[in-house]
Design a binder for this molecule. Sequence first.
Ligand code: NAP
Length: 327
Amino acid sequence: MHYRPLGRTGWQVSDISLGAWAIGSAWGHVSDKDSLEALNKAIDCGVNFIDTADVYGDGRSERLIAQLKKQRKEQIIVATKAGRRLPKQTEAGYSRENLTMWIEDSLRNLATDSLDLLQLHCPPTSLYEHSEVFGILDDLVKAGKIRYYGVSVEKVEEALRAIQHRNVETVQIIFNCFRQRPADTFFAEAKRRQVGILARVPLASGLLTGKFSLHSTFPVDDHRNFNRHGEAFDVGETFSGVDYKTGLEGVEELRQLVPHGISMSQFALRWILMFDAVTCAIPGGKRPEQVADNCRASDLPPVTDEGMAAARRIYDQKISPLIGNRW
Ligand SMILES: NC(=O)c1ccc[n+]([C@@H]2O[C@H](COP(=O)([O-])OP(=O)(O)OC[C@H]3O[C@@H](n4cnc5c(N)ncnc54)[C@H](OP(=O)(O)O)[C@@H]3O)[C@@H](O)[C@H]2O)c1
């Protein structure tokens, strides 16, 4: 496992880290036993950074991470999020009272006195125009409730606005072979400001593992079933917002680029690590085998220039015309 600096925090985090949404909710049934095994496997593989949120299973994901921390002596840095408990996303909802309440809940769930990294969970675009909320977060840092804060965004434009606020340490954004726009429009500025970048949905919700077909089915409580068209939340979070059939065609073209002896998931993750502005990818994993497979990407040789150019061509020809500049 290799490690990269997380913005200006002083922390060095594993370039393949772990996303803990699937062990909370919205991905079909995942047992606590499997979840804890997956979490432990991540630490065995050298992962030292885990992304979660208060709403993943209403605190379930956070509580599992607290259990993991009790079981392990290694340093584990936990990034959580706040804001999605609001019934409707409004600027006013990000009040001092609400933020304090959500943070207290996460502190309890994670069994800690101070959150390592708190991210605003895809707040409305207009929030970035107002500095009050960042002042509130600065106060919460001073009060010792959080160590650092960052944002999770849907759109590149939000990312660019967010990093104008000088204490925003990290930006979490969808970045993968099917979502290349952040590299064109955001990474250089983030790097210049030394802001950490967490590449989320790195496997396009599993599409980029290459295991799906037109006949694949998903449980009713899996967002790949119930959010295909953005019925519950932004469609970009499901298969990266790429139409399933087109996504499968793109995967078949990408498959030709995967070197012998490595999995398609590993190729997709190693592709992300080719961008030095990225701090880490945070693939989700429900079982230890998935986590171990993904972690191996950290130690693979770089993707060749030809591989990078071909992946870009597939994106330009097949995916970009479909999703445009939406995110
Ligand atoms: N708004 C936000 O802030 C936001 C939104 C989305 C995600 N996130 C964060 O980003 C993290 C990662 O994104 P994600 O979990 O949505 O999607 P992802 O990482 O692209 O896909 C994860 C899923 O792919 C499958 N998978 C993973 N590794 C595999 C392997 N090696 N072989 C076969 N299948 C594999 C698993 O599901 P199956 O086995 O069921 O296929 C797993 O749950 C989340 O966990 C969360 O922490 C944040």
